[in-house]
Write a protein that binds this ligand. Structure first.
Ligand SMILES: [Zn+2]
Length: 343
């Protein structure tokens, strides 16, 4: 990807990462780069060489989406399992794992037994002034000099591919790679209030607060659009699965992702009292419309407005809403998600 330079691409980077461009000379139009030397996604029919499937299944099982199953039915795989290219004499992966974009180390887990992600690194980026994260899991080791706060450039080594965190056969060694948004920067407080007796070792970087988008789709769209790629546009183009009204007029997600807020002239005249959220199947508010008190009606907390049934059916692992008779309602999981977004 770094070979596909395009000067036009710096347009999106310029306001936030000028220093990086000077430091590395990287003028590629790509916001996200591949996190290992495996770039087979961009080869014809390259998916099978790019993604490590689960045993006995095709490459799709290593992709993002409702591709896994457990006792409860379809389950979300929230990232990509990118295949190893290089092994040592014992068949262990040796692929360097690289930062996908310039950013800052946000969180490191070096206690491989403490998470089913094993040893992992989480890096914070500002893309188009939006805060996004990339995550690299199942590492054998994290680079020793890294600590939270360390500045990294795209392509800097974060660690070495491994098989930590869960039973992963040598033949399907991979890095689990995610691109995430954080739902609420007050998660720690929300969690303490809702789960006073549960430990939270990960602070705001708890799995419930980090929601993934499809990195394969991001990489392919970047390639297709070149310098015209926009992460905000990618997010805004995600299909809305459900619409929900929330009473909070100071939604933190709206402050952090202003590009996803739509205009409402009535709010300009009457003032804001809350938001209508369009969430995708995974619960990310990909559209936020400010609403007036009159538009909210007598709303006390939040209320489900509508469901896109086709989208709900095509992503059966989301489980945010359920139909009871003719009426749709939020599930317990959906209710909690909206509560966290509105907190
Ligand atoms: Zn995975």
């Amino acid at each position: 990807m770094s070979g596909r330079g395009s000067l036009g691409g710096i347009r999106w980077w310029f306001p936030v990462v000028t220093g990086c461009l000077v430091a590395t000379g990287a003028l590629a139009g790509d916001v996200f780069r591949f996190p290992t030397a495996n770039h087979a996604l961009f080869e014809p029919n390259g998916d099978a060489a790019f993604l490590a499937p689960t045993p006995g299944r095709t490459w799709e099982s290593g992709s993002f989406g409702c591709v896994r199953t457990d006792k409860g039915g379809p389950r979300l795989h929230e990232g990509l399992d990118i295949k190893s290219l290089t092994k040592d004499g014992r068949g262990e992966p040796t692929d360097p794992v690289l930062a996908s974009a310039p950013g800052t180390v946000a969180y490191l887990n070096r206690r491989s037994g403490a998470s089913n992600y094993g040893n992992y690194a989480l890096v914070r980026h500002y893309v188009e002034r939006m805060e996004v994260y990339t995550l690299y899991a199942h590492l054998s080791t994290v680079q020793p000099q890294l600590v939270p706060g360390t500045r990294v450039e795209a392509g800097d080594r974060l660690g070495t591919m491994g098989r930590t965190g869960q039973p992963i056969g040598k033949e399907r060694a991979h890095v689990h790679f995610e691109i995430n948004v954080i739902l609420n920067d007050r998660f720690t407080e929300w969690f303490r209030r809702h789960y006073p007796n549960e430990r939270n070792d990960h602070g705001n970087f708890h799995g419930r607060n980090l929601l993934g988008i499809d990195p394969r789709a991001v990489l392919l769209e970047q390639r297709a659009r070149g310098a015209e790629f926009s992460l905000a546009r990618f997010l805004a183009s995600q299909p809305v699965m459900a619409r929900v009204l929330v009473k909070n007029p100071r939604l933190r997600f709206a402050t952090r992702y202003p590009q996803l807020v739509r205009p409402n002239p009535r709010v300009d005249r009457e003032g804001i009292a809350g938001y209508e959220l369009g969430v995708n199947f995974n619960g990310i508010p990909v559209e936020m419309i400010p609403r007036t008190a009159a538009e909210l009606g007598g709303l006390t907390t939040h209320r489900l407005l509508s469901v896109n049934e086709a989208e709900w059916r095509s992503h059966p692992c989301g489980r945010l809403v359920v139909r009871r008779g003719q009426a749709w309602t939020l599930t317990g999981k959906g209710d909690e998600l909206i509560d966290l977004i509105a907190f």
